[in-house]
Design a protein around this ligand. Sequence first.
Ligand SMILES: *Cc1c(COP(=O)(O)O)cnc(C)c1O
Length: 467
Amino acid sequence: MTAQPGTPPALPPLAGGPGGPTALRPLLDTVLDALTTGAHDRHGPLPAGGPDAVTARVHAVLGDAGVLPAHGTGAHEALRTLVHTLAAGAADPADPLCAAHLHCPPLAVATAADLAAAALNPSLDSWDQAPAASTLEALLTRTLAAEFYLTPHADALVTTGGTEANQLAVLLARERHGPALTVLHGANAHHSLPRAAWLLGLPPATELPTPAGTLDPARLADALATTPGPTLVTATAGTTDAGLIDPIHRIADLCDRYGADLHIDAAYGGLLALSPRHRDKLAGLDRAHSITVDLHKLGWQPVAAGLLAVPDTTLLTPLAHQADYLNATDDTEAGLPDLLGRSLRTTRRPDAFKIATTLRALGRDGIAALIDRTIDTARHLARLLDAHPRFELHAPPTLTTVLFRPTHADDDHLATLRRTLLHQGRAVLGRTHADGRLWLKATLLNPHTTAGDLDQLISLLEGSTHR
Ligand SMILES: *Cc1c(COP(=O)(O)O)cnc(C)c1O
């Protein structure tokens, strides 16, 4: 049927409301089909040909219409074309050979939960935009905070990731101690920590060398003895580059002795707290004034899923803030929960929802099994490389990062090898410097990776290094 002249075009359907699921279902069929064909057409961990080829393919598929045609192409065409393009051109962390970064393959249950969140679109800046979502968030944050702190009123904020959590940690320390606060961190710390000091107008952060990969208590003691004024020490539980854990108890002892605050960036390693086999690696974590944890790393959530945990909810009061249109005083007095102090953001996605759904679906033992299995996979890869005459292993892995290099390759050769594999679309590996040399880095976050996948990675590398 064609529209009568003068008849307004049908309005695009909404995702929510009682009719939302009916409108979504056929669109989701199109999305799921395009995800399937896109992954098939990519056939590998990332698209072949490098950036120019990928850009050319995207432009060719979109054609002259681009992303803002004068007249729309319709929901099915747009979804088919763009989802296929996205998938065919993805670096897909669900592929076992996509292992460069702390870029995890999200669990299907988490992604499905996130779809519900997107359909209903609760916004966590006021109760009247997120009634049940805000209750679930409060439950989730208290539940997870209690995994890190045994104190009665432990709490956590949901963040967009480790970067935002680290910024909030430095901000809260500045509110406790004033603008002369010095941030002390190891060279192994995440870049977002010194950047937070810069962002907040603090004195430049002091970086301590970490030649062994972790913060050295002797160096830290010297720095604390010579740093005037209030100090925030930041330690790392799971370094981004090597997955190493700083000596937490010894660092906390020094902080006690010198009256410094301690923040622990456990973006990578924090969820080990849920694994009975591995949680002792985090011993002393609860001595920190704040802890950063990411669930879009070892937590298998779609981005974004970060947390900042604190031992007592009163530590968060500096973030309290009032805006009449969101938390009018009389509304708060009448019992409407005040959510504005739970973030520096205003409009805010219910990222807690997919996390809560995942934790309920898997349970404590299910999450622990994923963590244990992924660490076992990293250990297995390390053993294979160590036993192999053509590869050198940097060290047995603490978490799930394995640094290694071909025995007879110099740094340039190694860097070229990594780019060649990227360009061919055959493997995504990272790189990092350690001991003055360049190493290849496999960051294993895929619990489905098998021994056979690791054998395949090694033969691929063997084939590429042997010339
Ligand atoms: C990944 C990471 C961060 C940053 O987290 P985002 O979620 O990327 O913002 C911070 N610290 C460490 C140790 C990390 O590994």
